[in-house]
Design a protein around this ligand. Sequence first.
Ligand SMILES: NC(=O)c1ccc[n+]([C@@H]2O[C@H](COP(=O)([O-])OP(=O)(O)OC[C@H]3O[C@@H](n4cnc5c(N)ncnc54)[C@H](OP(=O)(O)O)[C@@H]3O)[C@@H](O)[C@H]2O)c1
Length: 326
Amino acid sequence: MRLLVLGGTHFLGRHVVSAALDRGHEVATFTRGVSGAPPVGARSLTGDRDDPAALPAALDGWLPELVVDTSCQTRGAADHAAAALADVAGYAFVSSLNAYRNWPPGPIAGEQEPTWDSDEDSYGPVKAYAERVLGAALGERFLTARAGLIVGPHDPLYRLGWWLDRTAAGGRVVVPAEGLEQPIALVDARDLAGWLVEMAERGQGGPVNTTGPAGMTTLGGLLDTCREVTGGDAEWVPVPEADLLSAGVQEWTHLPLWLAAGTARTAWDVDTARARELGLPSRPVRDSVADTWAWMQTGDRPQPPAGRELPGLPPDLERRLLSSAG
Ligand SMILES: NC(=O)c1ccc[n+]([C@@H]2O[C@H](COP(=O)([O-])OP(=O)(O)OC[C@H]3O[C@@H](n4cnc5c(N)ncnc54)[C@H](OP(=O)(O)O)[C@@H]3O)[C@@H](O)[C@H]2O)c1
């Protein structure tokens, strides 16, 4: 079928293109052409989805039957897609757990939990708005994937990437003492991508929390896997949460994937029963970690989108924490 990827040249979208080509679709991407070209085999259409005229002009009579939308970040982008693509047979949209009004900190008991309905132009409210507008245009043919933490090769955000580099460098590594046993969940971009294509093919509708099963690993388990995969001699130096916070360590940013215990307990508590019923795969964490590391060795390094800084513990802060830890 003719499958349009809104996005498709960076991370998740790139894997969607590959999955759709593997499944025999005729694939086109629609991007500004800033982030490079899509995988070979896809046709590249260019334009800015914030411009109402751009998508119809780029399609120029090529009528998609299926859409996977990985690039929606503004209200206008959602409005224009709803106007141009309401007739497709299946539309799989990539939203976020941030669309939920109470997440973080959560927990999220199921997809019926309330989403944002405010006018704020921030990430969660915009994703929730896009879900409403596209859902109204497409009805039962619209699926919204409320994604949690996405990992895998081509990840530009350098969260798992930072831990891989840090464990590969070895030596004494600051880790959050109370965080190590915290169950966490993640989804490999390749698992999510293939599933999104299948959901669009089926015309499957409704909201789905698209992350791995709760408890698939722990933060400590993930870090141990990073150490194993990189082969570094990293020695964990557990630092109590109170000391991390008082030293100015920022959750999620300075120590990627770490949240203070009070938030972590509920933020990682997300019901994914519907994703499991709908067959969202969850490959072994070790495979995601090893493949991300292999990709990082190709020289194709994580490059965050413009305006976003790379995460990680500043070296001077790390030195201070290690010397206080003795
Ligand atoms: N990473 C996570 O852990 C996580 C968690 C939850 C949800 N999400 C969501 O998952 C999605 C994944 O994004 P991704 O970066 O991996 O997708 P992607 O499709 O691989 O990359 C983003 C694409 O959007 C295009 N784009 C950006 N602005 C555009 C515009 N104004 N008009 C047209 N195209 C535009 C970019 O190309 P150009 O730059 O060339 O235009 C690029 O191809 C996002 O919607 C994100 O909100 C991510």
